[in-house]
Design a protein. Structure first.
Lengths: 947, 89
């Protein structure tokens, strides 16, 4: 479970900052950091086992039928990456605490950061590739939030969108690739896939899978030609750049290539695609970086270049090259994160990161200069820092590999290293060396300890690894490289490879060339500015804009906001699909016997047809349509009773009554006639669509009713199990409260929410405003009303009916489990009995006698149902499992007690509360519209005078 | 004998429904139409009860009872609407 917990901790931690920001910024940062530290500690506990060569696993079955399991594994590679993510994450949290200004919402920042951290840890710990894909997409989403953190900056928003578009589409490609891979290997578990090298590489689907997966990796790791998004993502706050764009997210693609290395690498396809992409990226990125004036842009392109270097090493396909790649991942994470943080400090203190406006900071910010100096020299590959070690080893590998002509790869690698030296020196020379200037936007000085502590720690690591690589880093490189290659690796890191080593001379050439380039910078700059080159953002926009416009046009055509159009399109599409499906099969006539048509059924059918057509024809007269709808409801209720569905009949009868009252209440605020709005052509068109769809549904219903089911239906199971399984003989009720109790639980919650919404909307209308004015104006137009507001006869009759109706409600509720009835119908009967009082004696009179609030009824209903469900946990049964027993209580006959009855009680209360609250809300509107409530509630003793 | 009586009675109440519909179409006032609908409910109650006797099942009795108890609520609501505008005051 530990691994799942490590992955879950950052997600849980994401909940805290939003709450704790109220306790202050330091408290917020401390708690966020502690969560990360806890995860890091848990990881460290696993480390000894992993370093012994074991693979720690946690397996949780999630959807085993789909091959989707929450399986986690931790090997050397996972340990390295999880350590980087959590360790640097901790430093970033510290750094961000002091970097963000008071006006930045820090709680939001930490929440996003923790979400991202969780997603990254999830990627590197996943054993299941489907789970990995989920985390992969989560990193795209959370990094979108982080890049766009400064919402007020257009560059931030555009950069975030571009990053999401590029990495998101790469993620889509990767999903396809992973599914293919899983299919070839016969499992979605990495631990299985990684053993299937022969099968996978022999498969005809190898190349498509490889290309699709590499698309995902290249977009994420900003490899050529997808490198352009990374510099634009630099609009993010610097802690984000340092975390996502140097140490972690962009390494996710690298991680994936390393993870898949045992099965995908070693083929010519892998070598050509990965090596050349990496090589091109390395050279191009380094070249652009040299000419960038913005400190962060320079570092961004340098990151692109270094990622290219790592990719190239992985592409070579040899175990030795992969080991070097791993070593460089560690080194790059340390010096690049330190550099980003230093750039952030400069920006923070000098209020600019433009190299043309900087210089001389060495004297003003000695601490920052020391940190940045160490890191930049490491980036340039100057001994004795750690960047030098991995660069030497890279050049050594490059010197022994042929890509096309023998000389090509070593030369290009040297050129890449040369540019790398050049931009590193430029970073230092133009930023920190030179004379102190007097035109900084803000007088710079070294920041407080909090801000430079994190980069200083990283710089220390740069020195330690550089001086004593075998003692400080070799064990981790060995563990990770063994995991990548699948065979035990033992790395020997040396400072001195001897005079005959080609790497030495390549390195010397690179350093010399780098100095020369820096010296010639002004002239090179003029040449660079003079040459035209493609602007990535313009190309990207040129591709994305038409796509977005097309999507917008399509959406507008389908969904322009008109309900009529949306329904028409959906109806036509469904009808056409159904017709096509019907025509593409063969059909035989139905075999079931038809029921006889009796005079009553014929008449009822005629009435139904008449009323239905009538509503369509006279729908503009709302009152008459309502009467016709009354006929439809009546016949449908009769039909349910006639066709042996007594439960439905009971429900339909009560629902009809409530509906009529509801409609009439609403009709009070609507014009009695609606004007004719559409043209005749349009009406004919709509009629054709409607008749077509209606005929289709009728045909489908007829076809289904005249045939037997092709497969055994679930009905038989429900009928059989109703008594033994749920303790009731009424299968309809046992389905509602037991078999499908979970659905019912959701439905009553929805019903309650709907009623609360009606209440909220009515409340909004009752507030002073235009709608309220309109309601008041309606009152003035109301004339010629009958005077008798509460007719005596009706008052007496309804009061007499009340106890009778409630008794019937209780009866229907109690018998529901075995005979037609149940909580839903009983709730409606109670509601109708109360509505009668509303209508006869008035709202004021009834409300004065109503002890329980409607809201409370709804809440009590949902809680009761939930309690019935949760109660079964006490007996170790799953949610909503019901049980029942028979009780013999003298002098009563033996009767049954079922927990399902408690659930049904919840349904009852919720229905009652929801119906009454909805009716009540609408009546309140009427009252505000000018109808006075009898101030004196009407009663028999004190009849209402006058009026 | 009861078979014929039931068949006859069912047809009669069916005819009753048609006559209700006739009144509902003719009107002339909304009150006439509401009353026609109310009478339809009465006829449907009769049909349900007769059908229950015909099939020998008591299972639909509650449906008839519920119609009898709540059927008039709709009519009252219509009347209040016509007379006072607002159904609940």
């Amino acid at each position: 479970m530990t691994l799942a917990l490590i992955a879950a901790l950052p997600f849980l931690g994401a909940l805290l900052p939003g709450l704790l920001i109220r306790a202050g910024r330091t408290a917020c940062a401390t708690v966020t950091g502690s969560v990360t530290a806890l995860a890091l500690a848990l990881l460290a506990l696993q480390a000894p086992a992993v370093l012994r060569g074991e693979v720690v696993q946690t397996r949780i079955e999630w959807l085993p039928s789909l091959g989707l399991n929450a399986n986690f594994m931790l090997d050397g590679l996972g340990l390295l990456f999880a350590g980087l993510i959590l360790g640097i994450g901790l430093l970033i949290i510290l750094y961000a605490r002091f970097y963000l200004s008071k006006s930045d919402p820090m709680g939001v920042f930490y929440t996003y950061l923790m979400l991202f951290q969780g997603a990254m840890v999830g990627i590197v710990l996943s054993d299941n590739i489907l789970l990995l894909l989920i985390f992969w997409e989560l990193t795209s989403l959370s990094s979108f939030l982080l890049i766009g953190y400064w919402k007020h900056l257009p560059e931030g928003r555009q950069g975030a969108r571009m990053a999401l578009a590029v990495t998101g589409s790469g993620g889509l490609a990767m999903i396809a690739g992973m599914l293919i891979l899983g299919n070839i290997a016969g499992s979605y578990d990495l631990s299985v896939i990684l053993t299937q090298k022969v099968v996978i590489q022999a498969s005809g689907w190898y190349l498509p899978a490889l290309i699709l997966i590499l698309l995902g990796a290249f977009t994420k790791s900003a490899q050529f030609p997808f490198h352009f998004w990374l510099p634009h993502a630099m609009a993010a706050p610097t802690p984000v750049s340092a975390y996502l764009h140097s140490a972690t997210m962009v390494k996710a693609g690298i991680f994936l290539m390393a993870r898949m290395w045992p099965v995908l690498a070693g083929t010519p396809e892998w070598f050509w695609i990965v090596t050349s992409a990496g090589l091109i990226t390395m050279v191009i990125g380094a070249k652009i970086a040299f000419f960038k004036d913005d400190l962060k842009a320079l570092l961004a392109f340098s990151t692109v270049s270094h990622l290219g270097l790592i990719t190239m090493l992985l592409g070579l396909g040899t175990a030795k090259a992969a080991t070097v790649a791993i070593f460089h991942i560690i080194n790059h994470a340390t010096f690049k994160a330190a550099l980003f943080m230093s750039a952030g400090i400069v920006d923070h203190e000098a209020h600019t990161r433009d190299l043309r406006r900087l210089g001389g900071l060495r004297h003003l910010m000695p601490v920052t200069f020391t940190i940045a100096g160490i890191a930049a020299l490491s980036m340039a590959g100057i001994p004795p820092f750690n960047g030098f070690l991995s660069k030497e080893m890279m050049l050594e590998e490059a010197a022994h590999t042929a890509l096309g002509p023998d000389w090509l790869l070593p030369v290009l690698a040297t050129i890449g290293a040369l540019f790398s030296v050049a931009y590193s020196f430029r970073f230092l020379a133009h930023g920190f060396l030179g004379p102190v200037r007097d035109d900084y936007p803000h007088k710079p000085h070294d920041p407080g300890f909090g801000l430079w502590a994190a980069p200083a720690l990283l710089a220390t690591l740069v020195v330690i690894i550089g001086l004593a690589p075998m003692a400080s880093a070799a064990w981790l490189v060995d563990a990770a490289a063994s995991a990548v290659t699948g065979t035990a690796q033992e790395v020997h890191i040396k400072h001195w490879h001897g005079l005959y080593s080609p790497a030495l001379w390549m390195s010397i050439a690179a350093v010399g060339g780098g100095f020369a380039m820096l010296a010639a910078f002004p002239r090179l700059r003029a040449m660079w500015d003079g040459t035209p080159r493609p602007e990535a953002k313009a190309i990207f926009d040129a591709i994305v804009e038409p796509l977005a416009a097309g999507a917008r046009a399509l959406t507008q055509a389908l969904h322009n906001g008109s309900l009529t159009r949306a329904i028409a399109i959906a109806t036509i599409a469904i009808t056409a699909t159904a017709l096509w499906a019907f025509n593409s099969g063969t059909h035989s006539p139905g075999t079931r016997e038809m029921l006889a048509i009796t005079p009553v059924t014929a008449i009822a059918w005629g009435l139904l047809m008449f009323a239905t057509l009538g509503v369509a024809l006279i729908h503009r007269n709302r009152l008459l349509s309502l009467i016709l709808i009354g006929i439809i409801g009546l016949i449908i209720s009769l039909g349910f009773a006639w066709l042996s569905a007594p439960d439905l009949a009971l429900t339909q009868i009560t629902v009809e009554v409530v509906t009529v009252v509801f409609m009439l209440l609403a009709l009070n605020f609507l014009p009695k006639e609606t004007p004719r709005e559409s043209s005749p052509v349009r009406r004919i068109r709509d009629a054709v669509i409607a008749i077509g769809a209606g005929a289709g549904i009728a045909g489908l219903a007829y076809a289904i009713m005249t045939r037997n089911f092709a497969f055994p239906s679930i009905s038989a199971y429900h009928l059989e199990q109703s008594k033994p399984g749920a303790g009731g003989t009424n299968a309809v009720n046992t389905i509602i409260v037991d078999f499908r109790g979970y659905d019912t639980f959701g439905e009553i919650i929805v019903l309650g929410i709907a009623a609360l919404l009606i209440y909220a909307l009515a409340e909004a209308l009752l507030k002073p405003g235009p709608a309220n004015d309109a309601l008041r104006a309606m009152a003035a137009t109301r004339t010629g009303l009958a005077g008798d507001r509460h007719p005596l006869l009706m008052v007496m009759a309804t009061r007499f009916i009340l106890p009778v109706a409630m008794m019937i409600g209780v009866f229907i509720f109690l018998r529901g489990h075995n005979l037609p009835g149940g909580g839903f119908v009983a709730g409606l009967v109670f509601a109708i009995a109360t509505v009668m009082q509303y209508m006869a004696s008035g709202l004021g009179w009834t409300e004065a006698r109503q002890r329980i609030d409607h809201h409370a009824l709804i809440g009590a209903g949902v809680l009761t149902a939930a309690a019935a469900g949760v109660g079964s946990w006490l007996f170790g049964a799953p949610f909503l499992a019901s049980s029942y027993t028979y009780v013999h209580l003298w002098p009563l006959e033996e009767f049954e007690l079922a927990t399902a009855a408690i659930f049904d009680l919840g349904v009852f209360l919720c229905v009652l509360g929801a119906v009454l609250l909805a009716l009540n809300s609408l009546s309140r509107l009427a009252r505000r519209a000018g109808e006075t409530v009898s101030a004196d509630p009407y009663s028999v003793d004190r009849p209402e005078g006058g009026n | 004998m009861i078979t014929y009586a039931l068949a006859f009675a069912l047809v009669c109440f069916g005819l009753g429904l048609i006559l209700n519909l006739w009144r509902l179409i003719l009107g002339p006032t909304v009150a006439d139409r509401v009353l026609a609908l109310d009478t339809m409910v009465v006829n449907v109650i009769a049909i349900i009860v007769l059908y229950g006797i015909q099939t020998g099942l008591g299972i639909n009795f509650e449906a008839a009872m519920l119609f009898a108890m709540t059927g008039f609520v709709g009519t009252v609501a219509f009347c209040k609407f016509l007379l006072r505008g607002s159904v609940i005051e």
